[in-house]
Design a protein around this ligand. Structure first.
Ligand SMILES: [Zn+2]
Length: 483
């Protein structure tokens, strides 16, 4: 996206729902989609006298993400009350972290137009989610609202960047990479529709090269990658137009209307002091020692970016391939399992990216549950390599192998698909085709060489695609030219 003399300046705040079985300050279940208000207790209902107890797993997850994002892990962090009233917040405050969050000063490297760009992470902190209001139809035309406290106090991590993002594409790339990391770490399911991965964006614009930041607006609840790009692009252009006309950007919270493709003012933006933050008196400061951090460090797997770099240097794959293969931990391990058995990385990569991914996506199947395990894909590639079948036949039978889970060797043998590499058999078929196509033969010999394709097609038809393509080509040229 090019904005002429202007550029966008954006910082993103992501809320990630954690895959912890119980809530952050009580033992209630976090399962999605249960009967309303069935996963509640005095603590997450905010009843007087009920006290919070911190869930250790949430801290483990926060440290895990902090390490993956190269953050410093605070040895002491503080929970704080963020005070505001809303019907879905029964205590009248949200327990969050404010001045002393658990993770600070990290970064995430993204690739934008093939260039590496570092997005600084300001902080990662733990907090609880609010409940959920349920309206008949929409909030504007509903005659009543009901409240479901099942979501109340479910654990969240908020990941806040510095204003290092310049374009909507960079924002989308950052979000995709952050989501990949959360999935790799197995701490969030990344489901945007169910709200497990939500994004708010602070957006401002300035003249290119200026070092002062413009007034920013906050965009709320960008809940799909497509909407992120569209809404940020709209908001940047809106601010530029406004400034060009001599107007001023007002600091406020705006919502993106998906159907109209425009943003609307929702409310004036609150300042931090509006929330009257103060340290949560019911929770002690959280102390994390080195042993705890080292224990968590053992659970952090190789991250997507490092895996991509390794795939490039170790296997000589192009960046395009590794971005697909390494974006999903299971797909990456499928790839590595397969090349142990068939060590030609590019061939394996091509088959995974085309034939396998097509089937997996069609059926919404995860790579680890693929009906074609790495051993079977490798077996198929060996059959091509040793000339037993052509790669055309291999592609033709792949859906069958996928559907039935049968071993490629067996399928090829049972269906008589072994490639014909016997010269005399191929010559016999060529001669039959030539004998019944005198006109085409004469035209070819008179110089219409593109008729070669016609003869290849005819012989392949006769042999049901089984003629060894290279051998057929050589023999056909000789026969056609009268040799
Ligand atoms: Zn509870």
């Amino acid at each position: 996206m090019d904005y002429g003399d202007y550029e966008g300046v954006m910082g993103l705040e992501v809320h990630a729902h954690l895959l912890a079985d119980s809530k952050i300050f009580c033992g209630c279940s976090t399962a999605f989609g249960a009967e309303p208000n069935s996963h509640t207790c005095p603590t997450c209902m905010g009843l007087p006298g009920a006290l919070p107890v911190l869930n250790k797993k949430v801290v483990d997850f926060a440290i895990r993400l902090g390490l993956a994002l190269h953050c410093g892990i605070s040895r002491k962090s503080i929970f704080a009350r963020k005070n505001y009233y809303y019907p879905d917040l029964p205590k009248g405050y949200q327990i969050s972290q404010y001045e002393e969050p658990i993770c600070t000063n990290g970064y995430l490297d993204i690739y934008s137009d093939g260039e590496k760009k570092r997005i600084r992470i300001n902080r990662v902190h733990m907090e609880e989610d609010a409940g959920k209001l349920v309206h008949e139809n929409t909030i504007e035309n509903s005659s009543y609202s009901m409240v479901d406290y099942n979501r109340s106090s479910t654990p969240l991590l908020e990941i806040v960047t510095e204003p290092d993002i310049a374009t909507p594409e960079e924002a989308a790339t950052y979000l995709k990479m952050l989501r990949d990391i959360l999935l790799y770490l197995e701490i969030c399911d990344g489901n945007m529709e169910e709200g497990s991965f939500r994004c708010d964006a602070n957006v401002s614009v300035r003249k290119k090269g200026a070092d002062v930041l413009g007034t920013r607006t906050e965009m709320k609840n960008l809940n799909s990658f497509r909407h992120v790009e569209r809404s940020l692009d709209y908001e940047i252009q809106r601010q530029i137009e406004l400034i060009k006309k001599g107007g001023k950007v007002v600091q406020e919270t705006r919502l993106f209307n998906v159907d109209e493709g425009v943003t609307y003012s929702m409310r004036g933006k609150e300042e931090a002091h509006d929330y009257r933050y103060f340290p949560e008196p019911d929770l002690l400061p959280l102390i994390v020692d080195d042993a705890w951090i080292e224990e968590v460090r053992k659970t952090v797997p190789e991250m997507p970016v490092e895996k991509m770099e390794r795939f490039i240097t170790e296997y000589g794959l192009p960046r395009y391939d590794v971005e697909i293969l390494a974006s999903d931990k299971e797909l990456a391990s499928y790839f590595e399992e397969t090349i142990k058995l068939f060590p030609e990385a590019k061939t394996v990569s091509n088959w995974i990216m085309t034939e396998l991914l097509r089937e997996l996506k069609d059926g919404n199947v995860s790579p680890k549950d693929s009906p074609v395990p790495p051993a079977n894909l490798a077996e198929l590639l060996v059959l091509i390599q040793d000339g037993t079948i052509s790669s055309k036949i291999a592609k033709d039978i792949f859906p069958e192998i996928y559907k039935t889970g049968v071993a490629p060797k067996k399928l090829v043998a049972d269906n008589g698909l072994v490639q014909i590499s016997d010269e005399s058999a191929i010559i016999k078929t060529i001669d039959e085709v030539m004998a019944r196509s005198p006109k085409e033969l004469a035209d070819f010999r008179a110089g219409k060489e593109k008729l070669l394709g016609f003869f290849v097609g005819q012989v392949m038809k006769e042999t049901k695609g089984k003629a060894n393509p290279k051998l057929l080509n050589d023999l056909l040229l000789k026969r056609l030219k009268g040799a």
